[in-house]
Design a protein around this ligand. Sequence first.
Ligand code: HEC
Ligand code: HEC
Length: 222
Amino acid sequence: MGPFFRIVGGEQALGKTVQFNRRTCRGRKWFVIFASFLISTHFLVGTASCEVQRAEADEMRAHCEICHDRGMIFQQRLTPAQWLAEVKKMEKWGAAVPADQEKSLVDYLSGQFKAGSVPMAAREASSVTLLDSVKPLADPARFHGDARAGQGVFTDACGECHGPDARGKQGPNLVQQPILYRFNDFQEIVMRGRRTMPAFSGVLDRKQLENLVAWLRTQQIH
Ligand code: HEC
Ligand code: HEC
């Protein structure tokens, strides 16, 4: 669930809503443990509804974040009828929402981004913050990338999407990108995946990531 709750880009307002919900869910779990001798169905139902909410958040990720940024969804404040119309419209665009998940998805969207709730906060960032987000960071201690080995890893795992020479295909160009000099950020994206990019945790190890970065750094756009 990590990436979903992370506060990114212009999504601060949503980050807050969802984090609040998550806290409520956690609180309920502890309550259930504390009050277990009471065997209160109320709390049990509460915990179950948190699980349902998580499942719905997953549905939204799976069905709605394929074509566009989640910000497109998070900034809306719609009534249930409007959300239903929106989801139907997206289905016409090609969103493959299984019929039996449509209602729960609409309920979820209507609950999270409801008409009349606080508007999404505008992204506020000074130029210093923006520069900070792309400035090169020192490599972690014991960084030993081997570019030659990295090329092989790239061809096997990444080239199909990012292009054989990493100049971009359905995945973006990776050559001469600031992220190559921010190893921890690079590692996070590759290990966790992002939208249509799959996660490589359990597939690639740290050494292979270092090799990948070392090779990518040797590439230049002429
Ligand atoms: C197959 C690609 C695709 C998928 C999947 C998709 N959308 Fe969209 N979405 C679009 C396009 C294209 C637009 C721009 C539509 C326009 O300009 O009228 C858009 C626009 C939107 C908008 C902005 C309002 C609007 O109608 O223009 C919202 C909100 C939205 N989508 C929500 C969703 C939700 C919720 C889902 C999941 C059920 C979803 N989208 C899945 C393609 C998609
Ligand atoms: C199935 C296709 C696919 C594969 C395989 C894939 N990627 Fe991606 N990658 C993408 C897409 C699409 C994006 C853009 C994600 C987004 O929507 O932000 C992306 C984004 C990235 C980014 C972020 C770029 C930036 O500047 O924000 C990095 C870094 C990256 N990929 C590295 C890799 C590496 C390294 C591999 C191989 C281990 C890999 N990718 C494999 C499709 C893929």
